[in-house]
Ligand binder design. Structure first.
Ligand code: FAD
Length: 432
C-alpha cells in the first residue's frame, strides 16, 4: 500500500491553538515541560488558581501522543484487578479505580465548562475476546469489578455479539457503558485555548534543554534553559510523557517508549458504519499485542495497534499501514475494498510495572506511564499535580507506589531490546 503519513485528527481542527510569541518571562511560579493533555490540564488549573505559569512545548501544542491517539476515554487501568490488588492492596486499588472513573468525569466537565467542541460522547467501550479462554474469564472479572468497586460491566455472549459489532471472529465481549470517546486533537486545542484564557502563557516550539536546581531546603528555584532562552521557576512540572528527553535524565531512565500506529479509512456509507459498529463503541481486543478501533465522528473506521514496537519513524509508519489494513480485514472482511486514507504513529509511555506514576523526581513534579490509557488519566493527573503545587493535600494513589526504572535496552534513547519485548508478547498471545 502506497500511503504517506497523515494524522486524521489534525485535519479536523478548525483553529489550532498556537503558543505566545516573544521572549519568555524571567520568572514564573511554575514551568511546565510538555504541552499535551497533562501539561495543558495542569496549566489550566494553575492559572485558574492564580499561579504564573509558563508551559514549554518543544514542537506544536499537542504534538506528542495527545493529538495522535484513538480518542478512547477509558475506565480502569491496563493491568487486571487481581494483579493490582495483589500488588498494592485493596484500599489503594479502590482509590485508583475511582480515579479512573473520576478522570472521565473530569474530561466531560472540562469540555462542558470550557465549551470545547470535540465530539465527547459517553458511548461506552467493549473488550472483545480473541479466544474462548479469554471470554471464560470475563464473568469472574466483571464480578470482581462489581464487588470491589461497585461498577457494573455487561457480558455479551458470542450469540449476541452482532448487536455490538459486525465481526464474527470473536468469542464474546465485555461492555462498560461509562467510557467515552473524544476527538483528541480538538480536545487538546480546546484545552490549550482554555488554559490561555485563564492566564497561562503557552510557548510552542520551545524545547527545554536542561533544568538545574537552585534550591536550598524548601526555598529557591529552578533555572530552566530552553531554545527560547532561560527562565527561573519556583516549581517545575514534567509532562513530557513518552517524548521525555535527556534534559531531564532521571525521568527519562524510567520511561519505556513503545510505538503505536493507527490507520483511518475513507468515510463509510451509513449502512456499513452501522453494521461494523452498531452502538459506536470504543473497541479493543483481549491480546497483549492488541488492536483497538472505533468509528470517527464522520464514520471512518479508525483502526490501531502495536504494529511495530519501535517508536514512530517513516519506515515503521509505512509498514504499519499494511499490517493494520490486514488486521482490519481479518476483523471486518466487509472492509476489504475500503480505501485507507490516513496512517500515523505515536509513542506510548510505559513504565516497567505498566502503571501510571506521579510524584517528585530531582525536586520536580512529574506524571508519566499512561501507556494506552492516558486521555482521561493524563488530564486528571495534570489537574491533580496542579492542586498539589497550589497546596492541596496529595491524595493521589499513583504518587505513593514504587516507580521502578526501565532496564537498559528498553529505555528512552536506548531501545535496542524493544523487538525482543515485542516478540515475547507475540509468543505470550499465542500461548495464552
Ligand atoms: C497511537 C496512540 C494511540 C493511543 N490511544 C489512546 C486511547 O485511545 N485512549 C487513551 O486513553 N490513551 C491513548 N493513548 C495514550 C495517550 O495518548 C497518552 O497517554 C496521553 O496523550 C499522554 O499525554 P501527555 O500530556 O502525558 O504526553 P504527550 O501528549 O506525549 O505530551 C508530551 C509533550 O512533551 C513535549 N516534550 C518532551 N520533551 C520536551 C522538552 N525537553 N521540552 C519541551 N517539550 C518537551 C513533547 O513534544 C510532547 O508534545 C494513545 C497513544 C498513542 C501514541
Amino acid at each position: 500500500m502506497n500511503i504517506r503519513e497523515k494524522n486524521y485528527w489534525l485535519g479536523t481542527v478548525a483553529k489550532p491553538a498556537t503558543g505566545a510569541s516573544g521572549p519568555l518571562p524571567d520568572k514564573v511560579d511554575v514551568a511546565i515541560v510538555g504541552g499535551g493533555f497533562c501539561g495543558l490540564s495542569a496549566a489550566r488549573v494553575l492559572a485558574q488558581r492564580g499561579a504564573r505559569v509558563a508551559l514549554l512545548e518543544a514542537e506544536s501544542l499537542g504534538w506528542g501522543a495527545s493529538c495522535r491517539n484513538g480518542g478512547m476515554v477509558l475506565t480502569g487501568m491496563k493491568l487486571p484487578v487481581p494483579t493490582l490488588i495483589k500488588r498494592y492492596g485493596r484500599e489503594a486499588v479502590q482509590r485508583m479505580y475511582a480515579a479512573s472513573l473520576e478522570s472521565i468525569d473530569l474530561v466531560e466537565r472540562i469540555v462542558k465548562e470550557e465549551g470545547i467542541d470535540c465530539n465527547f460522547s459517553r458511548c461506552g467501550h467493549m473488550e472483545v475476546a480473541c479466544k474462548q479462554a479469554h471470554f471464560d474469564d470475563y464473568a469472574a472479572a466483571a464480578a470482581r469489578i462489581k464487588s470491589e468497586f461497585n461498577h457494573q460491566l455487561r457480558i455479551v455472549p458470542k450469540n449476541a455479539l452482532q448487536t455490538e459489532i459486525g465481526s464474527h471472529i470473536y468469542f464474546g465481549g465485555m461492555v462498560d457503558e461509562t467510557s467515552a470517546s473524544v476527538n483528541p486533537a480538538r480536545y487538546v486545542h480546546g484545552l490549550a485555548d482554555a488554559a490561555h484564557r485563564h492566564g497561562a502563557c503557552l510557548f510552542d516550539h520551545t524545547r527545554v534543554t536542561s533544568v538545574s536546581s537552585q534550591r536550598n531546603g524548601t526555598g529557591g528555584s529552578f533555572r530552566v534553559e530552553t531554545t527560547r532562552g532561560p527562565l527561573t521557576a519556583k516549581e517545575v512540572l514534567l509532562a513530557s510523557g513518552a517524548y521525555t528527553t535527556s534534559a531531564t535524565p532521571a525521568l527519562r531512565k524510567k520511561v519505556i517508549p513503545i510505538g503505536s500506529y493507527i490507520i483511518a479509512t475513507e468515510i463509510l456509507p451509513d449502512s456499513l458504519a452501522a453494521e461494523v459498529s452498531p452502538r459506536n463503541r470504543m473497541i479493543y481486543d483481549s491480546k497483549h499485542f492488541l488492536y483497538y478501533y472505533r468509528l470517527t465522528p464522520d464514520n471512518r473506521m479508525l483502526f490501531g495497534g502495536r504494529a511495530a514496537f519501535f517508536p514512530e519513524s517513516e519506515s515503521t509508519v509505512r509498514e504499519s499501514a499494511e499490517l493494520l489494513r490486514r488486521g482490519m480485514i481479518e476483523v471486518y472482511p466487509q472492509l476489504r475494498d475500503t480505501k485507507v486514507e490516513y496512517v500515523w504513529g505515536g509513542t506510548l509511555d510505559f513504565a516497567m510495572d505498566v502503571m501510571p506514576h506521579s510524584g517528585k523526581i530531582d525536586g520536580m513534579h512529574f506524571a508519566v506511564g499512561f501507556a494506552g490509557h492516558g486521555v482521561g488519566a493524563s488530564t486528571w493527573m495534570g489537574a491533580k499535580l496542579a492542586g498539589v503545587i497550589c497546596g492541596d493535600p496529595d491524595d493521589n494513589p499513583f504518587s505513593r507506589i514504587a516507580f521502578p526504572g526501565a532496564p537498559i535496552g528498553l529505555r528512552s534513547g536506548n531501545t535496542w531490546a524493544l523487538p525482543l519485548a515485542g516478540a515475547y508478547y507475540k509468543v505470550l498471545d499465542w500461548l495464552t
